[in-house]
Every structure is written in C-alpha cells, then in structure tokens.
Ligand binder design. Structure first.
Ligand code: SF4
Ligand code: SF4
Length: 676
C-alpha cells in the first residue's frame, strides 16, 4: 500500500472486525427468523463431524465448490461459477497478502509471495477481477434484461452486485495507478491492471495522491459493504445454501423422513398415542427442516422440471416451498393448519407424483417430495382425504392390495403357470416378488409371464410367496399412512425371514425401492434386484441367448422414476434394450436422471387431480417426437399409463408400449408362461 498513511491498513482491520460482527448479527437474525438457533446449527454440524464428515465434505465439495447442480443451467451456471470462483480467489489472494504483510513478514521476516509464485498469483488475481466483473455483468443482464419471473431487481441485491463490481474495478484501477507511480518490469503479469494503466496514462498529470487514496477507500468500502451486508439481501444463499447442503448430505434420493420407528416404539412398550407423523404448520417442523425451507432461493428450477406443473396441475414445487417458507418467516393470521389458513391448497399436495425430479434439480438441496408426503401424513391423520384415497387405504387393510381384489386370487395366475411357492421350493436362490399389478391386472400379468419364461430359460432357481405375498405398502406410504405402512412392513419382513429369504428379484421399481431402501431404513435388510439387472446379467453370462433380429422399428426406453432417478439403475435396462433392438435403439430427450414421470407415481395411479393435460400424454408425445414405434419400459405402472396414453394418442393409435422383459421374451420366441 505505497502512498497510504500507516494507520490506514490498521483501520482496515478495525473495519473488518465491524463487518464480521455485522455479518454475524445478520446471520443470527436470519436463522432465528426461521426458528433456528445458531446453537442448534452448531450442534448439527458437530454431529455431522462426529459421524465422519467424509460424505458431507464430498457433497459440499461437489455442490458448493464444484457447483455441480448449478452448472446444469449454462447461463446461470457460468454466472455463478464466475462470481463464486472469482470472489473466492480474490479473497484468498487478499488473505495471503495480509498474512505475509502483517504476520509472517512483520514478526518472522518470512515472505512467500516471491518470484514466479508471486507473478502467477498476480496474473490469477487479475483474471479473477475480470471474471468477477463478467459474472456481475451476467447477473445484471439476467435480472434486468432476461428477467425470469422468479428473479427481480430488488434494491438490496442491486447494491450487493454493485459493491462487487466496484470492488473488482477499483482493484484494477489501484493496480494501474501503482504501476504508473512505481513502474516495474513485470507489469505484463498484472495484465488487466496494465491495460487500465495504458488507458489512464493520458490522465497521469491529474492523478494525485488524493485520487489514489480515495480509490483505496472506495475499494475497501465496497468490499466490506458486500461482505457485511450480503446476508441482508437475497444473496444470503451464499451462506445458507452450503450449510443446508452439508446438513442434508446424508439423505438418499427420495428417502422419506422417519417420524418414528414403530417396531422400536412397540418394543419399548410405547404406542402411537399423541405421535404425529406429519406437520400441520411449518413451525412444527424440526429445526433442520425449518432451515431447509429457509434456504430456498426461489430459482424456479424445481418448477421447470416438475411433470405435475407441466401438465397444468395445481402444483408448483417452487411456489409450495416459497409458501411454506413465507409462512415460517411470518405466519399468516388465522386458526388451524396451513390448509385451513389458506397457505396451501390440498390439491397441490395431492398433485405431486413423488418423482423426485425437483429434488434432483434443486441447488439448495430442498426435499420437496418428502415435505409433501409429510403434509399428506397430516391430512390422513386428520381424516381430511377424499373418497378415492380413503378407499385405497381401506382396500389395503381389507384385501391387502390397493386394487380391492380378493387376496386369495393373488396366486391364481402363478399357480396356473406352475410357479412353485417358497414352501414348495425352500432352496430357491431368488424369491420373485410379483407385486399387486402383475398379480391382478391382466395386462401387467404379461410382464410377470415374460419374466418367469426368461428365468426358466436361464435355469434360475426361484419361487414366489404365493398367497402370503401382499402389498408392500408403497402407495400407502406415499398417501401418508406411515403407521399403516410400518405395521405392514414388519409383518412382511417377518414372513420373508421365516422363509429364510435373502435375495429377491422384482419387476416393479416401486417394490424395488420399498423392499430395498425403505425397509432397510427400518432395519430390515434384503438384497433386492430389479428384473432388468438380473436378466441383463444372465445375458452377459450367456445363460440367455441374444436375440438375432428386431423388426419393431425405432425402440426407445422410458426410465421409470423409481428405477432410474431414485435407484440409480440406468445401464442394465439400456443394455437389454440394445440386446433386443441393436442400432434401432434411440434415447428420449429427457432420459436417465432427467426422465419425465409417467403420471402414476406418488399413488396418483389411484386417484384423479384437476389438470389441463395428462402427464402420460406429454411423455408419450416425447417418444413420438423421437420417432419411436415401440416404447419400452420396466415398470408395470409406467406400462399401464403409457399404454393408456398410446390408446388415446391424437391422430389414432400411438406407438406400442411394452416391458423390456416382454420384448426380450418375444424376440427369443418364448411362449407366455400361462395364458392370461
Ligand atoms: S425449492 Fe430449490 S429448486 Fe425450487 S425454487 Fe427453491 S431453491 Fe430453487
Ligand atoms: S416430486 Fe415430481 S411431481 Fe412432485 S413436486 Fe417434485 S417434480 Fe413435481
């Protein structure tokens, strides 16, 4: 800081302390408004550290420093990367200068900003200053010219961005002024400052010490206004989002919060009297979930990918989270739960398909589907459900399936096909979990029939539970009957254990997620594979032949949400599709993690909500746009929804819809296991 009075840089330290105190005060105010105390937050972070912070650090590293989700949108991603990366580099560079100048150099005579390291650092800092200016320019353009509906040019945000721009610009100006006053031979390393120096050379006569000092004051003030004040603006996400990401890092995609563990509760002599599994108002949520809601940045990414929103259903996950956040920060007047107070409409909650697209996209790691299920739990506890949903829950209790068909008919088709029960074949390697759809639905039986034929051809030793199989309760859980689901899961796990079952294969991704992930979270562990994984491995081992020819035209594959996004099974079904159709396989535009729901998820298969279009119709139109003659899927619910959409497709019959197992069995010339 040549040319500045000695006291100036000590004043900077004083200002830094003031700035940090203001930032801490604002942070405290911010989190307390969400009903969270800094002590709770600190406790949560300590808890995370004590569990071994590896997972949290990896997620924070990828999402905060690597900006993994933010980068998915090219414009916003580049803008964030430029601002975040450049600000980080400039902060680090400033800290290094302070450490050398006022600590290692002053007290120990040790300097490290020397030689080539110093030159490279100077060039990097100039690049960061330019990057920051470019990022702020992009942010200004986005808010003022592009103007996405969710972002406005609020005055506080404008001040914060202006402070960043002034800080970067005056930094380069100071570098230029110094170069003019104290020319150096390596000025090309500070290339941006050097260019500014060339530009202001004509002004040299008028550049005096006063101008230099004034520029310094402006530079420092701008830096501290941003640092101290960002938490008072919508840019508070710089702090809140990384903290929320760390706190939510251990949650698996689609994993629902356990309000209680019924088995443990009953074992300890407790009961469910007075225990609530959902929430009536956001203020009742635990502090982590209150903090999560407060972290929403209103970016609208969840809304963009939401199939319910796309179909014109009364649900926008962004508006839903914002409504909950608004009610948390300043509760609306009135008595009763959030529905009675008009914060949300129940139709919004029932419109959700639990597809997880929003949660995958959310840069703040907000769990929209889980939050929605918790509101459904409250509605079920209050008995605030319509006839269709109440009927599904009643049928599950009465008939052990959501379709309301007699439980004794569950085994009828399997018996006819000669499939042994686990009692008849206790040494079976796999238990085949058939699920409600294929046990009762004529069309879905075709999937089970194909799976049975393939397993027999490959010589897999398998059996079924037969009449003691019952609904796993996925739809019950998604409808919000958590206690009923847990009670059911305990009984089913007991049945499976009594037969010594460890390995299970299922063709239903809903059963896969429930038996594999949900039961595990309740301490009931089974190895569960999807039929696409098992059949693909049988093909790879040569236990099944590869089909020779395909005459079905272009084949595409629809990723079921529960199999793809929520279970991470993407390659096995594609391997099967390629085995069947070879080069005729085409990807849909929204595939793998970006897949678009068929419209059946979240128990929506069993009831109707107001909508402008059908979700399955939108998905089928995408397959038609890809020129597909056949749409393969790997879920009986997707099969039913897409087939319905194909039947009613505009312009007559749509493409053929079939399960991958059906296509493979057909290509291998296998007979159906039994006539439907
Ligand atoms: S919930 Fe997440 S994706 Fe949706 S608006 Fe908020 S921050 Fe954005
Ligand atoms: S889970 Fe799917 S349907 Fe539900 S809010 Fe998220 S994106 Fe929309």
């Amino acid at each position: 800081m040549p040319g500045l009075p000695g006291a100036f840089h000590w004043l900077i330290y004083v200002a830094l302390v003031v700035c940090l105190v203001v930032a801490a005060w604002l942070f405290n105010r911010r989190v307390r408004a969400a009903g969270v105390s800094p002590a709770e937050l600190a406790h949560g972070l300590r808890e995370l550290a004590s569990k071994g912070p590896g997972e949290a650090l990896a997620v924070v590293g990828a999402e905060v420093f690597g900006q993994r989700r933010v980068r998915r949108r090219p414009y916003a991603g580049l803008m964030h990367l430029l601002i975040f990366g450049s600000y980080g580099m400039l902060t680090l560079g400033t800290v290094l200068i302070a450490v050398q100048h006022d600590f290692t150099g002053r007290f120990f005579g040790v300097t490290f900003l020397n030689g080539n390291f110093y030159l490279v650092e100077k060039a990097l800092l100039d690049t960061a200053a330019l990057g920051l200016l470019a990022g702020v320019g992009m942010a200004a353009w986005r808010r003022l010219a592009i103007r996405p509906v969710t972002l406005g040019a609020r005055p506080t945000v404008v001040v914060a961005y202006a402070a960043l721009a002034v800080m970067a610009a005056t930094g380069l100006l100071l570098e230029a002024m110094r170069e003019l006053a104290y020319p150096v031979s390596w000025s090309h390393w500070t290339y941006a400052g050097h260019l500014v120096a060339l530009a202001i050379t004509p002004l040299v006569g008028r550049l005096n010490l006063g101008a230099y000092q004034a520029t310094w004051v402006v530079h420092v003030l701008a830096a501290f206004i941003f640092m101290g004040g960002a938490l008072a603006t919508a840019l508070d996400h710089v702090v809140l989002v990384p903290l929320n990401i760390a706190l939510q890092s251990s949650r698996a995609p689609g994993e629902l919060r356990l309000p209680f563990n019924l088995a443990e509760l009953l074992e300890s002599g407790g009961d469910l009297e007075g225990v609530s599994s959902g929430f009536a108002n956001p203020s009742e949520l635990d502090w982590k979930r209150r903090f999560m809601l407060a972290s929403c940045v209103n970016c609208g990414r969840c809304e963009e990918v939401c199939p319910a929103n796309a179909a014109g259903r009364p649900l926008s996950p962004r508006k839903l989270v914002q409504a909950l956040k608004g009610d948390l920060l300043s509760p609306s007047d009135g008595a009763g739960d959030l529905f009675a107070r008009g914060v949300l409409d129940t139709d919004a909650v029932w419109s959700c398909l639990s597809c997880g697209a929003c949660a995958r996209e959310c840069p703040a790691f907000i769990d929209q589907p889980g939050t929605i299920v918790e509101m459904r739990r409250h509605l079920v506890e209050e008995g605030n459900v319509d006839e269709a949903k109440a009927l599904v829950l009643a049928q599950l209790e009465r008939n052990q399936n959501p379709l309301g068909l007699p439980s004794y008919q569950r085994f009828a088709r399997l018996a006819e096909a000669g499939v042994p029960t686990i009692e008849e074949n206790p040494g079976a390697e796999y238990l085949y979990w058939v699920g409600c759809m294929s046990s009762y639905d004529q069309r879905a039986w075709g999937v089970a029939s194909a799976v049975i034929s393939l397993l027999r051809l490959a010589g897999v030793n398998f059996a079924v539970l037969g009449e003691s199989e019952r609904c796993l309760g996925e739809c019950q859980r998604k409808l919000g009957d958590e206690a009923g689901f847990q009670m059911r899961s305990m009984e089913i796990a007991e049945t499976l254990r009594s037969h010594g079952v460890t390995k299970i294969v299922t063709h239903c991704p809903h059963c896969l997620v429930t038996l594999g992930r949900d039961y595990r979270s309740l301490d009931m562990e089974f190895q569960v594979v999807h039929h696409s994984e098992l059949v693909q491995s049988l093909l790879a081992q040569g236990r099944l032949p590869t089909p020779k020819s395909w005459e079905g035209g272009k084949l595409t594959y629809h990723d079921p949400c529960n199999l793809g996004r929520l279970s991470g099974v993407f390659d096995a079904p594609r391997g099967l599709a390629a085995s069947v159709a070879g080069e005729s396989f085409v990807e849909l535009e929204r595939s793998r993690e970006k897949s678009f729901c068929c419209g059946a998820g979240g128990s929506n298969y069993f009831y109707k909500v107001p909508a402008q279009e059908s979700v399955s119709g939108l998905r089928l139109a995408e397959a038609q746009a890809a020129g597909a003659s056949t749409v393969a899927t790997a879920c009986p619910f997707c099969l039913s929804m897409l087939e319905d959409a194909a039947r009613t497709a505009p312009g007559g019959q749509g493409p053929r819809v079939a399960d991958l197992a059906e296509l493979l069995a057909e290509a291998l010339g296998l007979e159906a296991a039994a006539a439907p």
